[in-house]
Design a protein around this ligand. Structure first.
Ligand code: HEC
Ligand code: HEC
Ligand code: HEC
Ligand code: HEC
Length: 484
């Protein structure tokens, strides 16, 4: 996942810079009125004293993203030691990565996360003074110059001085102030829907066991407001409300609408489990073979956790030995397909998955009851017969021209025009691109295009409002892309 964000970041950084030049109106009027516009840098030791009044030039919106998580935004390597400010404060358990994130200590409301102080009173301050404190002028532990370059520190200082404001004009107790969900829907449909889908379920940001969609994030008022204002670190194409000159009312409206949207999508979550439930749920992989594996002798290339994946035994066309895993194929196991199981009731399907029907087909050690429900939902509502969309020769039955339009609307953001921005086989030193999968594994492509890919923040076509034919059209286009 990190790889993706870095890649997307590199590719699109230029766009980000270009689009964020329109300097947003500074917000001195909304900063607490007790704060003087500038503060003499008396706190800084003489040797570190910044040149007061020197105009810093930078990108305060990028600063807002860096504040959120500068690691994602810069693609830098994570520090290997706990942040010294955290260590000195003895503030409890935290990951090394989080201990370095501004937001961990100062909060999305900028009012501080215990035991750390808020920084809202620094809004409006001379950015030079803030820059000095980010280089350790007031507390040598609070020195970020070893991990962030000068431009990044400047962007952060400009963010703190010019953009940071009290969220209470927009959200109070996580409720939007005078939010109008109908107006919010219009804004959402115009600015968010292409990537997040009409219900906001296109991309899951977390594991499929504890999924997180925009509606989930919207429960935290200051956090969603910060994301809406500045965009998402590492995803330059996600717009920043400030760039679009959104008003407080616009933010309230969008948050009101987000709070009406669903927070779960069992069908696609189950679909990602079908592909690889170890990745989807973030659980420890089984180390021994699935007990049914030894009942077949033809597929000798796999062992351990791979033998536990639904897709391994039942196939990406869900037809087992009657489909792409037929006798003679390298994946032949003789195991049956499950397309007919679509008609089974919840209880019957659950009985298949918890060992009641066959004690060797038992996944309840790994699946909790919600996971079982997700798996059942996918089988009943997500699984389709691919036959109308993919010929026996593997060629898509679809309109490549329409597929290109859909591909360009979202897939391109991460995979590039030619599908080669991410190499899925980079770890093994191979080359495998969107075009490679489309040509060599069209059924897997169709599955992934429909439900997304576990742990990849990849959109689920069906939650973008795409039909199976739309996804087949994308496949048809992807089959024209380079395979190496
Ligand atoms: C581990 C917790 C922690 C992290 C991470 C952290 N800070 Fe701080 N910050 C503090 C503490 C504690 C203070 C107050 C005393 C000090 O300067 O150390 C402070 C003070 C500040 C101040 C006020 C300085 C002044 O002199 O008035 C600003 C502005 C600030 N931090 C911004 C940031 C930014 C931007 C980041 C991210 C690059 C960041 N902080 C990361 C804990 C943290
Ligand atoms: C160009 C595509 C694109 C557009 C347009 C877009 N987003 Fe995103 N958004 C993404 C991607 C990709 C991620 C996932 C990044 C990640 O997981 O780090 C994301 C992440 C998010 C997050 C999760 C942040 C987190 O880390 O918890 C929220 C909330 C969000 N988007 C809301 C919105 C809203 C609201 C809009 C419209 C104002 C919008 N997005 C527009 C692509 C987009
Ligand atoms: C090691 C191979 C293997 C794995 C992994 C596997 N299955 Fe099965 N599955 C089978 C076999 C073999 C049968 C038939 C067993 C029998 O008849 O007792 C079966 C039967 C089923 C059935 C009943 C089909 C019917 O029409 O009666 C369903 C539904 C099913 N599996 C779903 C899944 C799901 C979902 C997963 C992933 C969580 C999964 N299977 C993982 C081998 C496997
Ligand atoms: C937010 C970024 C993002 C977007 C948008 C995106 N993908 Fe992906 N995609 C990824 C990542 C990350 C991977 C996994 C890379 C890896 O495994 O190394 C991936 C993997 C894939 C794979 C390989 C799956 C496999 O089984 O290995 C295919 C096929 C694919 N994407 C197709 C698409 C299509 C079609 C779209 C548009 C509907 C799309 N992607 C949109 C990030 C994205």
């Amino acid at each position: 996942m990190k790889k993706l964000l870095v890649l997307a970041g590199v590719l699109l950084a230029v766009t980000a810079v270009l689009t964020s030049c329109g300097a947003p109106a500074a917000t001195p009027t909304t900063a607490p009125s007790t704060v003087p516009a500038t503060v003499a840098p008396t706190v800084a030791p003489a040797t570190e004293a910044p040149t007061a009044g020197l105009e810093l030039s930078g990108d305060s919106i990028r600063g807002g993203k860096l504040y959120n998580t500068w690691l994602e935004e810069t693609g830098a390597d994570a520090p290997t030691e706990l942040n010294p400010v955290w260590k000195a404060a003895n503030a409890g358990d935290v990951s090394i990565e989080s201990s370095w994130s501004c937001v961990t200590c100062h909060g999305f409301d900028y009012q501080g996360v215990k035991p750390f102080a808020g920084i809202l009173s620094d809004a409006g301050k001379d950015p030079n003074v803030i820059l000095a404190s980010l280089k350790g002028a007031t507390d040598k532990n609070h020195d970020f110059s070893s991990v962030l370059d000068d431009q990044a520190l400047t962007d952060l200082a400009l963010f703190v001085s010019k953009e940071m404001k009290d969220p209470s004009a927009v959200v109070v107790d996580n409720k939007p102030v005078n939010g109008n969900a109908d107006n919010g829907k219009t804004l959402f449909d115009n600015t968010c829907k292409d990537c997040h889908g009409p219900q906001g379920l296109g991309i899951n940001f977390e594991s499929d066991r504890q999924p997180e969609y925009p509606a989930t994030v919207a429960e935290n008022g200051p956090k969603i407001l910060h994301k809406l204002r500045f965009g998402q670190p590492g995803v330059p194409k996600m717009p920043a409300g400030i760039d679009n000159s959104w008003t407080d009312q616009n933010y309230s409206d969008v948050i009101a609408y987000l709070q009406t949207l669903p927070k779960a999508s069992p069908v696609t979550e189950g679909g990602r489990m079908y592909d690889n439930w170890v990745d989807a749920l973030g659980v420890d992989a089984p180390t021994t073979d699935q007990p049914l594996w030894k009942t077949q002798k033809t597929n000798t290339s796999l062992s351990g956790s791979d033998t536990w994946l639904c897709s391994t035994c039942h196939g990406f066309d869900y037809k087992g030995k009657d489909g792409i895993n037929a006798q003679g194929s390298e994946n032949y196991t003789g195991f049956p397909g499950i397309l007919d199981a679509q008609k089974m009731s919840d209880a019957e399907l659950t009985a298949w998955l918890d060992g009641t029907k066959n004690k060797d087909h038992d996944f309840k050690t790994y699946f909790n009851s919600d996971d079982l429900a997700r798996m059942v939902a996918f089988i009943q509502k997500g699984m389709i017969d691919h036959a109308p969309y993919i010929g026996a020769d593997g060629k898509a039955v679809g309109d490549a021209t329409h597929g290109k339009v859909l591909y360009t609307s979202i897939c391109k953001i991460c995979h590039g025009d030619d599908g080669k921005s991410i190499n899925f086989a980079a770890d093994e030193g191979g080359t495998e691109y969107v075009g490679t999968i489309a040509t060599n594994e069209p059924w897997g492509f169709m599955h992934v295009g429909t439900v997304g890919l576990a742990g990849a923040q990849m959109p689920a076509g069906m939650n973008l409002g795409w039909s199976a034919q739309d996804i087949a059209d994308v496949l048809a286009w992807a089959q024209t892309l380079p395979t190496k």
